[in-house]
Ligand binder design. Structure first.
Ligand code: FAD
Length: 297
């Protein structure tokens, strides 16, 4: 199925994100995680697209193998970095030829320093919206885009960011997935801003459980916003007990997911870092909670 169809059904989607590893051992870990997640029958799984040439091919190989060897529906992340339009079209063709018709269209960041100057490939695209249009013109693809609860770091302000996001969606996107965040209200604010611009695209919250204290620092860099201070305090208070940190991370992620779903989020997209245990635990807690109201009907 396409992600467009899955979301149109009105059922909440649950999805897991993986990244293409650089080593043989990494690949073994990835496949173990994919197989473990497969048993949960998620709506889809996605595979990120690296900036380096090697991991790009790995993305194509992994989504192909997911499409052919598993029961899972793969979504291929896809970036415009260092690609000409001809190369981009060619890659879309490769995805189609291996049975992958779900693509997350991203501009990508400059290789090396993600905050460095963005330089468009002379025959490439400047913004993700152009990529969306190109992919839609290539055939029957369901296309997703990125959303940023705290605005994209390169956007001058929230209002401009929202307007450009809506334009990108109107270029032909079916849904969006957010950058990670840790408070439900940050997601709801984004959704309401987008709705206020007259756009009702489904926005899937992208979230990740904190499994160790270093995740807090890393995720602050990734999300583009400081980690919530009150929550950070709770984690730091457990500092010398890795098991307790992890348990709090799983518990918080499950509560966050529940709040998002109850507040109308169309699904949850879990960032796994190729280690599925914590996200599977979150999913388990969530499944138990979700089963209660259903059982009562
Ligand atoms: P754009 O939508 O092109 O936006 C970039 C900037 O340009 C923003 O400030 C925007 O407001 C502005 N802009 C957009 N359109 C216009 C316009 N028409 N005119 C003027 N300004 C405009 N990166 C990877 O390398 N690989 C991945 O697999 C990957 N997966 C991701 C998954 C998710 C869910 C998310 C949220 C991000 C992911 N990223 C990935 C990171 C992403 O590539 C970067 O954050 C990148 O800087 C922005 O990509 P974008 O598609 O949002 O860009």
């Amino acid at each position: 199925p396409t992600i467009r169809e899955l979301l149109a059904s009105g059922e909440k989607t649950f999805s897991f994100e993986f990244f293409p590893p650089k080593t043989e051992q990494g690949l073994l870990n990835l496949w173990r995680a994919i197989r473990e997640v497969e048993a949960l029958h998620p709506s889809f799984v996605s595979v990120t697209y690296g900036a380096g040439g090697g991991t790009r091919d790995t993305t194509v190989d992994i989504v192909e193998r997911i499409a052919t060897d598993t029961t899972l529906t793969p979504v291929a992340h896809f970036t415009a970095v260092n690609h000409s339009m001809a190369e981009l079209r060619n890659l879309v063709g490769r995805f189609a030829s291996v049975g992958v018709n779900n693509i997350l269209a991203l501009r990508g960041d400059p290789p090396g320093d993600p905050n460095g100057e963005w330089i468009k490939h002379p025959e490439g695209v400047e913004y993700a919206g152009e990529l969306v249009k190109m992919i839609r013109a290539c055939g029957d693809f369901s296309v997703g885009v990125a959303a940023f609860p705290y605005k994209h770091p390169r956007s001058p302000d929230i209002a401009t960011d929202t307007r450009r996001f809506v334009e990108k969606c109107r270029a032909g996107a079916d849904y969006a997935i957010t950058q990670m965040f840790f408070r439900a209200e940050d997601y709801f604010r984004l959704r309401d801003r987008v709705a206020a611009e007259g756009c009702d695209i489904p926005i899937l919250p992208g979230i990740m459980p904190v499994t160790q204290l270093s995740t807090i620092t890393r995720s602050a860099q990734l999300s583009g916003a400081p980690f919530p201070a009150d929550l950070a305090e709770r984690f730091h208070a457990l500092g010398d007990d890795p098991e307790a940190v992890r348990n709090l991370g799983v518990e918080h992620c499950a509560l966050l997911s529940q709040e998002l779903l109850e507040g109308g989020a169309p699904g949850i997209h879990f960032i796994t870092m190729n280690r599925s245990t914590a996200t599977r635990e979150v999913f388990g807690l969530l499944g138990a909670a979700a089963a209660r109201p259903r059982a009562a009907v």
